[in-house]
Structure formats: structure tokens, C-alpha cells
Write a protein that binds this ligand. Sequence first.
Ligand SMILES: [Zn+2]
Length: 584
Amino acid sequence: MTISRLLSLAITLSFVFIVLSWSASPKDPVSKSASPQAPADLILMNGNIYTVNSHMPHAEAVAARGGLISYVGSNAGAQAFKGPSTEVVDLEGKTVVPGLIDAHGHFINLGESLQRLSFVDTRSYEEIVSMVRKKVEATPVNEWIQGRGWDQTRWATKEFPDHHALSRVSPNNPVWLTRVDGHAALANAAAMKLAGITATTKDPDGGKIVRDPKTGEPTGVFIDNAKSLVEKVIPPLTRDQIKRAATLAIQKCLQDGLTEVHDAGTSAEVIDVYKDLIDAGKFDFRIYAMIMASGDPVKSPAAHTLDAYLKAGPLVGYGNNHLTVRSLKIVSDGAMGSRGAAMLQPYSDDPGNSGWMVMSKNLIYEWAKKATDGGFQVNTHAIGDRANRVWLDVVEQLEKENPKVKDLRLRDEHAQVLSPTDLPRLAELHIIASMQPTHCTSDMRWAEQRLGPQRVRGAYAWRSILRTGVRIAGGSDFPVEDPNPLWGIYSAITRQDHSGWPTGGWMPQEKMTRDEALRAFTLDAAYAAFEEKIKGSIEVGKLADFVVLSQDIMKIEPAQILRTEVEKTFLGGKLVFGKVGQFH
Ligand SMILES: [Zn+2]
């Protein structure tokens, strides 16, 4: 044995001693559920483990007991936790990261989209019409046909579609096809008839019915608040359909290595379904649910939901850390793809249009005031520079009125285009930027046309935001984008699409490092949910959520990240995706 090996053995032994004595401290949560000598339920060894813990960034082995991490360190150290019934998994050098967190997704929409027509891979309106024609043949007369994911910026014409071709292939079934960003949708004639839409129907506030410039007839495209004119006649999901959607979404997310999603705007009914599934032991997942603000902050159904939660107080860690409800989601403006994002100046490619707020500043303030007075976090969707300024102004006012607001970790969902004067205000106002790297790499094809060369510099400006000390919580906004967090990490570090375009990355000065990107999808997402003490890194006492990957995403060529597979997902020490024995 060489001196250096002796030295490393001594370091290992002293490390075990430190861990054991630390674990035994009465303040440590592990010592309550398991004494240090208690054998682990699970040991992963021979791993290449990225812990996202700055005090011990890398490890070989991790042990879990009772759903919590009981040891992190060397293979030798893990031996002390091995008992007769401990399951030991030899990782054979595979990479492990903490369970990945998507800080902004739409969980039930994901489950629904998995059952609906998906146009994500289509490149023309004709393709979409032909998919609908096939669906009509298999659908009972009068039943709604829904689809999602069209994107006219990917078609040769780049123009919004009009309903005629769609109405011809589906004369009887109402059809409702949502644009990729969820901020616009296309209806056929049958759907518009059911909704009572005619040439004389007026545009609602914060929305637009797209019309034929010659005849004034609606083309079938409804943007932002105008969508609800049609959506209100679509039969709502039944409780069983919500359950089915949630179950499908869980499977999809676990396959992608996600162990938690921040559900960005949901209802009391959906939260009740989550609770039912958790109570029935059918919810191997973690949800941080935001209550969706909508309509009047006093009288609307959404207001009653919020009132009930404010009265009961935050719901934290329901059913052994499966569900938390302590936040409100507000949508302040539209999206940039449909030119509905609220801008301070008109769009560079649509000079008469500056987008719109879908909720007025006054209402945003009233909703946020009510939630923060009750100690709830508020997470506001803000895409355009005007919407972002409105949210920053509201937060400034709230913090002036109530100093406790600065501890509520208020969030800016998307923080997509910031005016240069507003950029430093995120840090000054203690706001978390909840950003979706794949939005950048989808939008970069047209972002500069929409924004022009000056404003675009404040768009998707991750590095500029990180430099001010603001945390970025990473997400995908699924089903707007694919939920795969590895794609998010790839986008964050390359600012390139999957074909590697553009060379060197789009506005490369705003790239994240790999460490920052991994943190955004783990520890900083956990922080954005007040969960950094129990999630987001592989540390003793935290929940035993981790993911085994086929390749070392911290070292391989960026393009290889897209070809990396999630081999296993563990939630609370339990294998919830993948096969036990895969490595044996
Ligand atoms: Zn969203």
C-alpha cells in the first residue's frame, strides 16, 4: 500500500467518522428516523455522482433509508450501511444526478396532450388538416377533436392558418387546435357555431379574434383572452379524465428523469385529484402546485379557491412530501410567437401592435396583495418588457407596504424580455427568475425579427441575470416544449438547436455553464419552492430522489447530452422508473 493510498484511506475513515458523528446530532432529520448504524434500504455504489452540494460536489456511493439519504461518500464508507436486506446497486461508473425538477410545467395539459393529436413535428398546415381528417373517421359525430402544437413560424407561409380547409374535413365534429405556446388556437366552423361566434362578435379585452381583412369574418384563430369564447363551450374534463391525465404525466416525467414539477397554474379540482391519487398510493411523484388566478380577485371561483387555502394556511409536504400548495400563479400577458406579449414599444415586425396585458396592473396587484398578505408566494407569467415592468412595479409596491414580502420568494415566470433598466431590479426586489432554456432555442429563429437588434439583448438573458445574483429556476413550460430536462440543460449551455445551429450559439454571451444549468434544474428549482433543505442535492437528510444517466452529462460533448438516456429514476429511495438488476 502506497503512502497516497494510506492517506486516502485515512481521509475516508475520518470522513466516515465526521458523517457518523454529524448524523448522530439531534438536529439532523436522519437521526430521528434511523440511527447511524441502521442498515440502508438501498445503496448505489461505484457511481459517478454529481451531488450539487458545494461542500462535497462529487461522490462514489449514496445510501438511503426510510426515503431519505443516509450516507453520501466513498464506496468504502457505504459498506458500513450494508445490512442483510439492503439492496445494493452497482452503477458500474454510471452518472447520477439529483432528481431533476421542472420549475414550470403544466402537468394535466401534458397528460392530455399525450392523448391528443400532436402537431409538434408537422411543417405545414396541410399535414395538420390530414391528421384531423383521419381522426374524424375514428371519432363519434359531434364529439370534440382537440390537438396541440402547431406553429406557423415553422411553415413555408409563416402566416396564421384559416379554418376553411379544416372545416371541410370536419363538418360535424367541432375542432380546437392549440398553438404551440398555448396562447392562440384554431377553431373550425362547427366549433365557432357552437360558441356563437360571428363577424359581429367583438374582441374581448386582452384578446383578439383574427379576421379576414376583406370580409371581416373570423378566420378561426383566437388569441389569448379570445380563446375562452370557444373554450367555454368545450365540455370540462371529468374527474376520471383528470386522473388519467395525471397518471400519464407522471409516467412521462419519471421516464425523463424528473421527480418534481412546479405545476404552473391549477385548480382546486385538480389538487383534489392529486390528493386522491396520493392517498391511494398511486402518485410516485412530487408536485409543487400553484393556484391559478383568474377573473375577479374577490368573487371568482379562483378567488374562492385561494381564500380556502389562505384560511387553511399553506399545504406543505402533503402525503410524505408529495404535494405542496403555497403559491399563486398570475398570467399577465400573452406570448411572443403570437405577438401577444406586452411590449413597451411596438413589435419590430408588426409596427401597429405592442401586444397586450391579459390581466390589468390593478388586478395583478389585488391578487398578489391578497396572496402575499396570507403568506403565499406569487409567481407571475411575464414575457414582454412591459409585462415584466408591471410585475416589478407591483412587487416594489408590495414590498414597500409589507417588508415580509421580500421573504416570500416571489417569482417572475419566464422573465423573457427585460428592458435594460429593469434587469437589475430582479435582484433588488428579491425575485427568482423562473426561465425555460428551450424557449430560447425554439424562439431564437424569429426573436430578433419580433424585437429588433436592441431589445433582443434583454431577451433570454440568463448570464446577465445570473450576474446580478438572481437565481434561475429551470423549467420547460411543457407541453409548450418537451419536458425532457436534458434538452433544457443542452439548450442552456449551447443556445443551439438540436442540429447545432447556429454555430457557437445564439447570443453566446448569455450561455449558462454546466454547473449553473444543473443547479437551475435541481437546487435552485428547489429553492424557488422553499424546498432547498429537503430536495435539489444529494446530501444526508434530504429526500432520496436521484437519476441514473447513461452518460456523463457534465463532461461529454454537448450534442451527446441529447443522446443521453435516463436509465433509472429513484423517488424517496424507491425505483420508480427503470429496471432493477439492469446492471447485474
Ligand atoms: Zn406556462
